[in-house]
Write a protein that binds this ligand. Structure first.
Ligand code: FES
Ligand code: FES
Length: 158
């Protein structure tokens, strides 16, 4: 089957998509966007998180056909066209919140969605809850929390 999807603002088409194929597979293997990671393929780790019509989802749990005609934004689409990192991406680098990096794209998209919905810095409990579906086996999470707080502070102009 053929799937049409808008990805990071560009209209894209994937051909020969098998009905059981995931959006994650289409993004990575057919559209050349390896940012969203494939770690568990079961909705357990959050490493494949992308926006689907503005809502963060596990791309491994979305059938490619469900994305027909919809808008996807991946971690690649958070940076500006000029190659400037998004504030959340920048904060992850600055705070040392990236080690092996496998969880990072999903965490960044998820954190981005939290910060976008907030005017100030979310309470720690809310940050933890929002990121609870994103697993990291390297960092111990403290630096990730630092990065989210830093990005939120900057967005709030503090
Ligand atoms: S790869 Fe999708 S949740 Fe783990
Ligand atoms: S940095 Fe390695 S899993 Fe998070």
């Amino acid at each position: 089957m053929r799937v049409h999807v808008t990805v990071n603002g560009a209209q894209m088409t994937a051909d020969d998509v098998w009905p059981g194929e995931s959006l994650l597979y289409v993004l990575r293997e057919r559209l050349g966007l390896p940012g969203a990671k494939n770690a568990c393929e079961q909705g357990e780790c959050g490493s494949c998180t992308v926006y689907l019509d503005g809502v963060p989802v596990c791309a491994c749990l979305v059938a490619a056909g469900q994305a027909e005609g919809r808008e996807v934004r991946t971690v690649e689409g958070l940076a500006s066209g000029a190659g400037e990192l998004d504030a959340v991406q920048e904060a992850f680098v600055e705070c040392g919140a990236v080690q092996c990096g496998f969880c990072t794209p999903g965490l960044i998209v998820q954190a981005h969605s939290l910060i976008a919905a907030h005017d100030g810095v979310p309470p720690d409990a809310e940050i933890r809850e929002h990121l609870a579906g994103n697993l990291c086996r390297c960092t111990g999470y403290e630096k990730i929390l630092d990065a989210v707080r830093l990005a939120a502070r900057r967005k709030a102009g503090q």
